[in-house]
Design a protein around this ligand. Structure first.
Ligand code: SF4
Ligand code: SF4
Length: 385
């Protein structure tokens, strides 16, 4: 399995049109957050730390589809919270699919069996199931036992009904490359289309701050993981839901700057400046205002301490895709040979501010992560839905 040709063709056509017009900033994936409420409270989550009245808020179908039209990106990712809690999500998804945009519906899988028949298989719809590692690792990261098994059952169910399925894997401190490689093998054997992977962003509001990887550790870890992947037999290779140059960036071979406008975020507060990950930087009243009035030069590696350790795909995949269009031979080489796994890494971008320690990052094993108390609002949502 792989990404359908229709998706590759439409996205390539969209990108070519932007490049031909000489458009400097354009959206690639709209991050549409129709709610913040979740039925889990994961250790590394920065999305659910809101008062109850915000957690109970829901984006209307009309508002969601207006944002999709306003943005114009060819792909729409629906994260949350847990989107399947939203009663009107099937109508939102149907409306986006009707516009022939590619939807990645992110879910932790717990509610998928209950709601799956509200969706129809389509080349335009992919369930992106949250799995951060093997059974032990994932259950530790989501702070609840049994979630891994339910997510795997949800993947099997979705595949049996003919849906496109990917997994969304975030890597944190204390990862073991052998375990990650074995987990990727296991995930591919479930019949998924591809793996979306990135190092966790160190959310200031996450319940645990010591679970996040630093940039250099991230690059070393990815080299170690990719090295193991390269040793797999041809038929057992992993498929990633990323461009070849983003993978090369993860392995430390590209000194990319973030292009947050490539993944604009729309949620209950409006258009979030500058990206999906940073909250507290304000909201724009319209997509045009987001693109035109955001002080983009204040964000990115070396420009803002909140961006210090970020290598997330929502900031850097757009950069890699743009680079691939500008340097197709380089992208082809990275795709053919894979990321460089030895030798010096690309230099970090220079700092344009005086660095100050924001929080300490250590390598405390995830097994030491305490189980977070279940959020009462999340629990009531899970029971209700
Ligand atoms: S599944 Fe976990 S990481 Fe995702 S929104 Fe819920 S609490 Fe956050
Ligand atoms: S580097 Fe980019 S994606 Fe990451 S937090 Fe900063 S602005 Fe957001």
């Amino acid at each position: 399995m792989g990404i359908p040709l229709i998706q590759i063709y439409r996205v390539a056509r969209y990108l070519a049109a932007r490049k031909l017009r000489g458009q400097k900033r354009y959206p690639l994936v709209l991050m549409l957050e129709p709610l913040f409420q979740c039925n889990l409270a994961c250790a590394g989550c920065g999305k659910i730390d809101h008062p109850d009245e915000i957690l109970r808020g829901r984006m209307s179908v009309e508002d969601a589809l207006r944002a999709v039209d306003e943005c114009g990106a060819p792909m729409v990712s629906i994260p949350g919270g847990e989107p399947l809690i939203h009663r009107e999500l099937p109508q939102i998804v149907e409306g986006i699919v009707a516009r022939r945009k590619f939807v990645y519906l992110c879910t932790n899988g717990l509610l998928l069996a209950k709601h799956i028949d509200a969706y129809r298989p389509s080349p335009y719809l992919t369930f992106s199931v949250h799995l951060d590692g093997n059974r032990q690792r994932h259950d530790e990261m989501v702070c609840q036992e049994g979630v891994f098994d339910k997510a795997v059952a949800a993947i099997r169910l979705a595949r049996s009904k003919g849906f496109r399925v990917t997994i969304n894997c975030t890597l944190f401190a204390g990862e073991n490359a052998d375990e990650v490689a074995a987990f990727f093998d296991e995930a591919m054997q479930l019949g998924i289309e591809a793996i979306t992977v990135s190092p966790g962003y160190s959310y200031q509001h996450a319940p645990r701050q010591d679970v996040f990887l630093e940039r250099t550790n991230s690059k070393r870890l990815f080299r170690d993981i990719f090295r193991r992947g390269r040793a797999r037999a041809a038929g057992a290779r992993w498929a990633f839901n990323h461009s070849s140059l983003y993978l090369d960036f993860l392995a430390g071979n590209q000194a990319y700057q973030c292009t947050p406008w490539s993944n604009p975020t729309y949620n209950l507060f409006g258009w979030q400046r500058p990206c999906y990950l940073l909250s507290g930087e304000g909201y724009a009243p319209s997509f045009r205002s987001l693109m035109d009035d955001t002080p983009w030069e204040q964000y990115g590696v070396g420009r803002n301490r909140k961006c210090d350790n970020c290598m997330a795909h929502c900031g850097f995949e757009g950069t890699a895709v743009d680079d691939a269009f500008t340097h197709p031979f380089k992208a082809f080489k990275a795709a053919w040979f894979g990321p460089k796994l030895t030798g010096p890494m690309a230099p970090e971008l220079p700092l344009s501010y005086v660095p100050q320690p924001r929080h300490s990052v250590s390598n405390i094993p995830i097994s030491a992560v305490a189980v977070a108390p279940a959020d009462p609002v999340a629990r009531s949502a899970a029971e209700e839905f």
